[in-house]
Write a protein of this length. Structure first.
Lengths: 415, 157
């Protein structure tokens, strides 16, 4: 059915993910919620386990061997992340708790230092709450103004008024890919327009970085935020990429150990980048796990992953439409080339909670709710959607299982 | 493993497909109150008309939600119409006791002693007893009740 070739077809990737071999309600699990969090390959679990078993010690300033090893491994992970997104220097890779913390760091540190009452920040109608609420907080605190890029009928950004929206703006902060619609946004067009208008650009890469090759130079982004746990890495670790000159000029976010060069009774001076923004003992095992995840993704190849997901997207959309016709409505762009493997759908007029409850009985894991994008839900005129999302380890059999389970769901709720 | 039939009793599906007291009331005299379930985005708008004796003269419900939250709201609206605030308070406590007995046993408590509940007939609402086997959905079932409590408090303030 799929017309594009899938470079990962038959590569048995599932076997590398221990969780995917378990059963739920007596049936093999069908995991279709990777937009919320991805599963972890054995190599990531092993890397974290190995840290705790063989080199567990605090990083930096330890003069003994295992502390040096732990330090080396975290800094190796930073270099892997740096190369993974095409950053120029490890100084530009700040480890955070997650993408949410990374976005808050930019808003709180860069925003408070550079924004004043009346300054304009441009967001879009498809943002995750993590790229809305930090700015609302600055509205309350500083009195900045927010402008919103609207969407077209297929759930793409409507850029016809972009230059007007950016006129006089200080910040453009948008997602590279919608976690609800799957829409992949033209990031370079956006960052070019922002630069022309004199605004900095912040990209939420949570959904895009795990699924396609990323190069911050090509994207033209000043800041890029993403989470480790959506890209085969552990929870509790995220990344803020920032252009070095911008990071240098920013005040620190959290104060404490690690982020200082000197502390006196009358003040302090900050450490150099990136540690200036990494107060306290970092999430060492998680950093090492993220490094292992990047190595694993590199081994598969990000271009292969993107091609696999385009192929699976074609299959998903055509299968669901063929089997259910008008009973299903999939939100977002219809072209697989304009979207990622995130499928929010309405089915049979049923509530997403009810859908996901019945799907769970068939061991099919999907998400139901507003997906932390309430302004978008309001725009779509719905309270919630059911959302299936795929990743590198999913295959057409998973989609067939989803379709079978939806069939059963429809039958269950029909009189 | 609790089956789907425990959760979706026929009477629940009936209230979901044919919700009672659906709609709006003119405000004032009616009082309007909104309730949200931040987890799933469900929202309920409740219109409450209390008469001079403190009875629910009329009640209407709008908003959107899953079969559990909608049917719970529908059954609740039928159950509280014509009742006094004190009677509704008893009913609410009885309903919540039914929902929370299982919450306790989930936390590992040995006993299934019911939380002190007023001796009230729950009628159709008994059908929602199966919800306690699906802890994530308890909030769906209680949304309408929490909203009603807020509405009564505001309306009689």
């Amino acid at each position: 059915m799929a017309v594009s070739t899938d470079p990962l077809d038959g590569t048995l990737l599932k076997e590398q993910f221990p969780l995917l071999s378990r059963e739920v309600h007596g049936k093999p699990i069908v995991y279709l919620d990777s937009a919320a969090t991805s599963q972890k390959p054995l190599s990531v679990l092993d890397a974290m386990d190995d840290y705790y078993r063989t080199i567990n010690s605090n990083v930096h300033r330890g003069v003994y061997m295992i502390a040096e090893e732990a330090t080396n491994r975290t800094e190796m992970a930073r270099a892997l992340v740096r190369d993974f997104i095409g950053a120029r220097s490890s100084s530009e890779i700040i480890f955070t708790k997650n993408a949410t913390e990374a976005l808050n760091m930019v808003a709180q540190s860069w925003g408070r230092a550079n924004l004043s009452a009346g300054d304009v920040v441009v967001l879009s109608h498809m943002e995750h709450h993590a790229n809305i609420v930090p700015w609302h907080m600055l509205v309350a605190e500083i009195g900045i103004q927010l402008r919103w890029i609207p969407l077209d009928a297929e759930g793409r950004l409507d850029l016809t008024e972009l230059d007007t929206l950016l006129d006089g703006a200080k910040v453009l902060s948008v997602t590279a890919m919608s976690n609800v619609l799957g829409t992949m946004n033209p990031v370079r067009t956006l960052t070019d327009a922002a630069r022309k208008a004199g605004a900095i650009s912040i990209i939420d890469g949570c959904q895009s970085v795990p699924h396609s090759a990323t190069n911050v130079q090509d994207l033209g982004a000043d800041f890029l935020a993403f989470s480790g746990h959506k890209m085969c890495g552990p929870t509790g670790i995220g990344v803020l990429y920032g252009r070095e000159d911008l990071l240098e000029a920013m005040p620190p976010f959290l104060g404490g150990g690690e982020m200082i060069r000197d502390v006196r009774l009358d003040g302090f001076t900050t450490n150099e980048l990136p540690w200036k923004f990494e107060a306290g003992t970092p999430a060492i095992a998680e950093i090492i796990g993220l490094g292992a995840a990047v190595e694993w993704l590199n081994g598969v190849g990000m271009d292969n992953i993107r091609a696999h997901e385009i192929s699976l997207t074609e299959y998903t959309i055509s299968t669901l439409h063929q089997r259910f016709g008008d009973r299903i409505r999939i939100h977002g762009p219809s072209s697989p080339l304009e979207r990622g493997g995130v499928f929010s759908f309405d089915f049979d007029g049923l509530h997403p909670h009810d859908i996901s409850q019945v799907l769970d009985q068939h061991a099919v894991c999907v998400r139901a709710g507003h997906h932390c994008a309430k302004p978008l839900m309001k725009l779509l005129g719905i309270g919630a959607t059911a959302r299936a999302s795929v990743y590198v380890y999913n295959d057409t059999a998973d989609i067939d299982a989803l379709a079978d389970a939806l069939d059963a769901t429809g039958a269950f709720f029909t009189l | 493993m609790p089956g789907l039939e425990d959760l979706y009793r026929e009477i629940i599906l009936d209230h979901y497909r044919n919700p009672r007291n659906r709609g709006e009331l003119e405000t004032p005299p009616a009082h309007r109150v909104e309730g949200f379930n931040p987890l799933c985005g469900d929202e309920i708008v409740l219109y409450l008309d209390l008469d001079a004796d403190g009875r629910v003269a009329d009640i209407r419900i709008s908003g959107q939600g899953c079969s559990i939250s909608q049917s719970s709201a529908s059954m609740m609206s039928a159950a509280v119409k014509g009742k006094t605030i004190a009677e509704i308070d008893d009913l609410t406590r009885a309903f919540k006791a039914m929902m929370s007995i299982h919450e306790n046993s989930l936390e590992g408590a040995e006993t299934t002693d019911p939380i002190e509940a007023p001796d009230v007939k729950l009628g159709d609402l008994e059908a929602l007893r199966g919800v306690v086997k699906f802890p994530v959905r308890i909030k769906c079932a209680t949304l309408a009740w929490n909203t009603l409590a807020q509405g009564i408090e505001e309306a009689s303030a």
